[in-house]
Design a protein around this ligand. Structure first.
Ligand code: KG4
Ligand code: ZN
Length: 337
């Protein structure tokens, strides 16, 4: 079975071809021009998706040596994401499905990330604990099967990646903030500043907004403004902030491992690219004698391979859709209830 996957929820256009279990192509075109605006500009994102999507599909087909009429299923991200950006990929996918008379499968972007560990050689084993950390979402999930997903906690304010982006902006490091903070943090002392990690009544929920504010207060109190921060202090702030985010994630993971019998842990989403987080979580998993699966960097950020994989599982479960399916910008209450 050849599954064409299409992803266009934010600032990456991606097209993948999954042939059975073999990933034949996973092309990702990143819209780097948003950097100069300090964040993603939705309208510019939609236009860029529109320009690149057809050439990218052609490239993916030729790389895979698969002809258009050999595609069996077309899967595309339906949400959550930027509505204009989603519309481009989803409408293209529906149009292609219609013209080829092939089934169309809408995919939830977060579910794409959630199962991205299955793109690796060593796959998660059910039941597994999933930590989904992206620019828009932060979730702790208990995953018993491809269809049985229970939410243990989520963020009550900022997502983990959003916190990285906002603190990077505060420090004048630019966008996207995650990789910039990681780079600065590698040169700093993570124990230098004790930024607080919020404890919530619902222990498995996350909150990063207070942490972000405490970084801002610290900068204002110590230096007046970000441009006056000496380079070494900036490294220490980045390292201490990153350490606080990791502490929060590790604390909740540790408790969940005590309360739920799982076979493995999977860390997924854009923030899963963070080296320190990957290493710290792997260490925790080792101590707890749990298998850990963290996708390679290519599959952490937004990519269509994860959409094709999730699409193939949904197709097997009979979850195809009519062409009236509309994109959705946010996660609704039904998702991960
Ligand atoms: O999953 P993703 O590509 O897009 C969404 O679905 O949101 O995640 C993007 C987020 C951004 O906030 C970015 O700053 C963060 O992932 N990120 C990182 C790293 N690389 C990307 N955060 C921390 N460390 C990184 N190395
Ligand atoms: Zn994503």
């Amino acid at each position: 079975m050849n599954v064409l996957g299409i992803e266009s929820s934010c600032d990456e256009t991606s097209v993948a071809l999954l042939s059975g279990e073999v990933l034949k192509a996973n092309l990702i075109s990143s819209q780097d021009f948003h950097t100069k605006y300090g964040g993603v500009v939705p309208e510019l994102s939609s236009r860029a998706h529109l320009q690149i999507i057809i050439p990218l599909v052609k490239d993916a087909l030729s790389k895979s040596q698969i002809k258009l009429n050999e595609i069996d299923v077309i899967a595309a991200t339906a949400g959550p994401g930027l509505i204009g950006a989603l519309l481009v990929g989803l409408t293209f996918a529906k149009g292609l499905a219609y013209s080829l008379n092939k089934p169309f499968v809408p995919v939830n972007h977060i579910e794409g990330h959630l199962f991205s560990g299955f793109l690796m050689e060593e796959k998660p084993e059910f039941p597994f604990l999933a930590i989904v950390v992206s620019g828009g979402h932060t979730l702790l999930l208990l995953v018993k099967s491809f269809t049985d997903i229970k939410k243990l906690g989520s963020t009550v304010d900022d997502a983990a990646g959003e916190a990285f982006d906002k603190v990077a902006k505060m420090l004048g490091l630019g966008y996207p903030g995650g990789p910039k903070i990681q780079k600065a943090a590698a040169l700093g002392d993570k124990y230098k500043i004790d930024f607080p990690v919020a404890e919530l009544k619902d222990f498995y929920n996350f909150s990063f907004s207070g942490l972000k504010t405490s970084v801002l207060r610290f900068i204002q109190k110590e230096y007046g403004e970000a441009s006056k921060i000496p380079q070494t202090d900036l490294y220490d702030i980045a390292a201490s902030f990153q350490h606080a985010v990791i502490r929060a994630i590790l604390g909740k993971t540790h408790k969940a491992l005590k309360n739920y019998a799982v076979n493995s842990i999977s860390l997924v989403g854009g923030v899963a690219a963070n080296k320190e987080l990957r290493e710290s979580l792997a260490e925790l998993a080792g101590k707890q004698k749990k298998k850990i699966v963290i996708p390679s960097i290519e599959f952490c950020g937004d990519n269509a391979a994860m959409i094709a994989f999730r699409g193939s599982k949904l197709f097997e479960a009979g979850k195809t859709s009519g062409l009236q399916y509309s994109p959705f910008p946010g996660l609704s209450k039904q998702h991960f209830a």
